[in-house]
Design a protein around this ligand. Structure first.
Ligand code: ADP
Ligand code: 5GP
Length: 186
């Protein structure tokens, strides 16, 4: 069996990464999404082991020391990391492995596994990004402001990516992402 690809999907918070990844998993066979660890508290409706593995900062720092993350980063005052073991197992099993992570982590994955495919999800504009963050209704005003500030830095790194996806019309962007993943050959 041939090995699967490692596909890193990044871009500013609110650009639509999670929405597009959900569509991708439904629409394309053999895709598997990695579940990250985080120190941020669960949002309403989030379940441990489904959206994230929710951890204390102490447990997270111990996992860093034990080299259990493929990458990790601090974002909006919390730590986020990709568990290494399950990612490698799924690639070996032939799955198309999807990481939905912020840009510092994406750059770290590229360094460690240069064969990975990097997709940047871009909002049509900063004002639409802010509307989406507010419309999602999951972040405090302070967190929205911090995420919008970070978004400007993140957008300045989009040229580091293999594939740029402007998420304007959702169906169009979802199809473009599915076509990109099914078209990967090397
Ligand atoms: P991210 O995972 O990048 O933080 P989400 O997937 O949570 O972003 O999307 C942020 C908000 O924008 C959500 O409320 C989502 O329903 C909405 N959204 C995502 N894509 C689109 C789109 N193409 N058009 C309009 N709204 C969108
Ligand atoms: P949220 O708090 O909105 O769930 O996520 C905040 C940001 O952290 C998002 O951009 C999300 O993609 C990113 N993120 C989620 N998991 C990881 C991870 O394992 N590593 C890194 N570096 N970022 C992550």
């Amino acid at each position: 069996m041939s090995r699967g690809h490692l596909i890193v999907i990044s871009g500013p918070s609110g650009a639509g990464k999670g929405t597009l990844v959900k569509r991708l998993i439904q629409d394309v066979a053999n895709t598997w999404i990695s579940v990250s660890a985080t120190t941020r508290p669960p949002r309403q409706g989030e379940r441990n082991g489904r959206e994230y593995f929710f951890m204390s900062r102490e447990a997270f720092e111990k996992a860093i020391e034990q080299d259990r993350f493929l990458e990790w980063a601090e974002y909006d005052s919390n730590l986020y990391g990709t568990p290494m073991g399950s990612v490698l197992e799924h690639i070996d099993a032939g799955d198309e492995v999807i990481l939905e992570i912020e840009v510092q982590g994406a750059a770290a994955v590229k360094k460690r596994m240069p064969e990975c495919k990097m997709v940047f999800v871009e909002p049509p504009s900063l004002s639409i990004l802010e509307e989406r963050l507010r419309g999602r209704g999951t972040n405090s005003e302070a967190s929205i402001r911090a995420r919008m500030e970070t978004a400007k830095l993140e957008l300045s790194r989009k040229l580091e990516y293999d594939k740029l996806l402007v998420n304007d019309d959702l169906d169009t962007a979802a199809k473009e992402l599915a076509d990109y993943v099914t078209g990967l050959t090397d």
